[in-house]
Ligand binder design. Sequence first.
Ligand code: GDD
Ligand code: MN
Length: 379
Amino acid sequence: MPDPTLQAEPPTASRPTGTPVLSVIVPSFNERPNVAPMIAKLDAALAGIAWEVIYVDDNSPDGTAQEVRRIAQLDSRVRCIRRIGRRGLASAVIEGAMSSSADYVAVIDGDLQHDETRLPAMLAALQAGGHDIAIASRHVEGGDNAGLSSRFRHVLSDGGIWLAQVFLPVRLTDPMSGFFMLPRPLFEDLARNLNGQGFKILLDLVLSSAAPLRVLEVPARFRERAAGESKMDALVMVQFAGLLLDKVFGGLLPLRFFSFALVGALGIVVHLAVLAMLRGSTGLGFEIEQALATVVAMVFNFQLNNMITYRDQRLKGPRLWRGLLLFMVVCGFGAIANVGIAHVLYEQHETWTVAGGIGAMIGVVWNYAVSATLVWRSR
Ligand code: GDD
Ligand code: MN
């Protein structure tokens, strides 16, 4: 007589369930009140599909990650990646997707603005073959942009779309969409070329593919934000312009270098303005006035680089002051190298423009390279 327990099914809890077909990646920053409703909506929309949701949270002060973990302890389809010391929607999405082993990855906002009921249709369309990526679009028949918070946002959004169209290898009616789905292996393929900065991960993906992606656009509504506030601002737009530049120049120079050089150029304007002001009003003597203008320009450059160039690893509190000090030391050496080299070249009978230009260039490259490793160390 065989032992009946040997034939019994193992208890459900210990039975391997296999990888899900779909990983839904949700980048999140201060979305705590939206977490539970979001997961409930996914659960309802994805009935009958093996799915998981991966929150990628940048250590939100409101405790979004803790809320996700609370639910994850009750539901193994819920996962959370908590990143510390970093910010950025695009890089969060990339890390979430890279942690998936599913057949497909979808990206959706965590603030309930995107219409998650479109997910099964997107999945079915990709599974049917013929398309590389399904994108929820607000601008195809049946889509709707009503949730954009202000007129200003509409202008920004339309302007960005127009700008992106100029550079895009494929026609997209909504290149700024933050809601899309693609096969996970394709994402992994594209990942090595991704820029990863800023908000526009979709654009980054589309621009990173060697062969034009076969795009399916799915009409979708864009709802009003339910709770919390948008993290999109003017700096995000600057980064967006940077992303386009970076792609146009084929990644020849790192995007940060452009930003750093641009900030440097603004610094010169500030320097001259301060100098002119001091000259006109103080009578301190040129050397002192020049030194004061230099310090002001350095502080200005440091602040701007900390806000824009290194936005994703912005220094705060005591690290800000330490960073500022280091930055001034680094740039001080940069200035010495700049003047020294220009002097030698000038002595060798180069014109003052060539000598000055090469000196300045070497100064910028030095400042950039050294401050990237010493001041804004990537963790
Ligand atoms: N991890 C992480 N880190 N998540 C972030 C960050 C960040 O630095 N910034 C924003 N998020 C998350 C938000 O919590 C939200 O889930 C999602 O990314 C979108 O951010 P919102 O701040 O809600 O963006 P939005 O509504 O202004 O922009 C949406 O619409 C744009 C088109 O107008 C997004 O879908 C954009 O991708 C889209 O281009
Ligand atoms: Mn939003």
